[in-house]
Design a protein around this ligand. Sequence first.
Ligand SMILES: NC(=O)c1ccc[n+]([C@@H]2O[C@H](COP(=O)([O-])OP(=O)(O)OC[C@H]3O[C@@H](n4cnc5c(N)ncnc54)[C@H](O)[C@@H]3O)[C@@H](O)[C@H]2O)c1
Length: 356
Amino acid sequence: MARSILITGGCGFVGSNIAIAFRTRGDRVTCFDNLSRPGSGLLCRRVQEHGCAFVRGDIRAPDDLKKCKGDFSLLIDASAEPSVLAGSDGRDALYVVHNNLTGSVNCFEWCRKRSVAVIFLSTSRVYPYDRINALRYDELPRLFRLASRSKGVSGSGIRPDFPLDGYRSLYGATKLAAEFILREYSMNYNIPAVIDRCGVIAGPWQLGRADQGVFTHWMVSHYFRRRLAYIGFGGTGKQVRDILHIDDLICLIDAQIKVIHKYRGEVFNAGGGARAALSLRQATELCRSITGNTVPIGSVRRNRPADIKWYITDNRQTEQEFAWHPRREAEQTLVDIYGWLKSNHALAQRLFRVNL
Ligand SMILES: NC(=O)c1ccc[n+]([C@@H]2O[C@H](COP(=O)([O-])OP(=O)(O)OC[C@H]3O[C@@H](n4cnc5c(N)ncnc54)[C@H](O)[C@@H]3O)[C@@H](O)[C@H]2O)c1
């Protein structure tokens, strides 16, 4: 049966890909966005070309959300200031709080008034970086490897029961606060809701930058032969992340929508998992072999605020709950980004000249 879905942040990387995938399967999809992310105007045209409706507005303004009229059954909240560095120098602190917390609460309030279910795209950044960095690691020639076991973490990755006491960045804190509010809304007002704590997501149509969308940034820099730098943890590029391909996230959300009536704000990890994990050094090797290009890579020893030495998603609970499994390994995701750049060369040239 066709679903009627509102996607806030529907002209961003994640929102626009979900919108087009669901619209293509026959759902009615409306994308709501203030077009604040550079390049989102282009994704806005793209979603409309695929038959999605578009409403321009800001989630910080409840009256803008009222412009979304219709009989919606689900809201997917994919609107955020997604950079972990946002707010780190204090100047844009209130912007991050208003955008990521007040804005999301406005979305939940919109859902409460209309009895609309919610899927909230949260982040692995809710897990405190100081606790993660304090774990013991072996330093291997190409990557850091976890050498200790403690509550909520094993070689398979970080689980949702990893302790939450610690520092996580204003980005992580606003997303965690929004999670807490959504849980209360969901339970108190009987609104079906699922929270996905996503790790690094990547894929075609991501307008990746050094501070957000790093693996796309890595591939784009190789493709256009641009200089890169390993930043933090001694500047050797051994820090590890797993990559979730956008298409695997879409499969998960699709599975969750089908049973969302059962959930009241439960939290699930969503990442590429151990099979899709790699260090920046390993990403460099893959980007070189996929593009045939070698770019100069500088080295900055000092960490940036909230940098993480190692993060792999332990998805086991999510996989069991939704009979879902991320299928694409890191190499496949990088190959797909390369294919997208190649088949949209002129557009990518324009886009990334603007963004870099
Ligand atoms: N990309 C990732 O690796 C990743 C990882 C974990 C979680 N997430 C979460 O997924 C969601 C989508 O991230 P993304 O990578 O697509 O980011 P994005 O920047 O590409 O998309 C966000 C969109 O939201 C819009 N937006 C921002 N503030 C808004 C506001 N006040 N009102 C209306 N629209 C607004 C932007 O214009 C943009 O189009 C975010 O909530 C983010 O926290 C992303």
